[in-house]
Design a protein around this ligand. Structure first.
Ligand SMILES: Cc1cc2nc3c(=O)[nH]c(=O)nc-3n(C[C@H](O)[C@H](O)[C@H](O)COP(=O)(O)OP(=O)(O)OC[C@H]3O[C@@H](n4cnc5c(N)ncnc54)[C@H](O)[C@@H]3O)c2cc1C
Length: 160
């Protein structure tokens, strides 16, 4: 088939954490997905980051006995972001964050662990937590990627 004639259910631009996750979920849900990356490397800024994701009231903090409250987290984001963005977006982020973690861990090899002692950066704001919300991705054996491992953007050594 001529590539120009191919059709897709989902076209994702950018192979960073956001795009890769969107493409992964699309594929897992049975969509025909194409992921387009403009550079020669997979990973974007995400590959150079610490990889910590901030998900309030997540299952891993609960397992450690670190209690949280989604309403408190929204209060924190409201105080932090204020009127600079649509409130429904951050409410949805908090509402769906736990679902995202559970979905990825059930349907893929992504695994997280919670930092029980990792304060939210703006402790003076209402709703700030002392720990539990940041999640660290666990190491993944790159050998499982085979030759594709060589296409990953190099990380920053200090943040590995
Ligand atoms: C040193 C460092 C440490 C960090 N640590 C953390 C952390 O611990 N926790 C945290 O939450 N955040 C952290 N960040 C911020 C975080 O890395 C970024 O916010 C996040 O990676 C952005 O993810 P993304 O998928 O949106 O974009 P990216 O990971 O940047 O991916 C975007 C991709 O899209 C590609 N692209 C762009 N335009 C096009 C186009 N038109 N067509 C096709 N492809 C395109 C780019 O080449 C790139 O590969 C850190 C950042 C840095 C620099």
């Amino acid at each position: 088939m001529n590539a120009d004639d191919e059709t897709f259910d989902l076209i994702v631009l950018g192979a960073g954490a956001g795009g890769m996750t969107a493409a992964l979920v699309g594929a897992l849900e049975g969509l025909r997905v194409v992921l387009i990356e403009r550079t020669d490397w997979i990973g974007g800024t995400s590959a150079t980051s610490s990889g910590t994701v901030w998900i309030p009231d997540n299952p891993h903090q609960r397992a450690l006995g670190v209690t949280d409250d989604a309403g408190h987290a929204l209060t924190y984001l409201d105080a932090l972001v204020g009127g600079h963005a649509d409130r429904s977006l951050r409410a949805t982020f908090i509402d769906q964050g736990t679902r995202m973690v559970e979905y990825l861990e059930a349907r893929s090899d992504v695994r997280f662990k919670a930092y029980p002692h990792h304060p939210d950066y703006r402790q003076e704001l209402p709703g700030a937590a002392l720990g539990g919300r940041p999640l660290e991705p666990l190491p993944f054996d790159g050998r499982r990627l085979g030759a594709a491992f060589g296409r990953l953007r190099a990380p920053i050594r200090e943040l590995m």
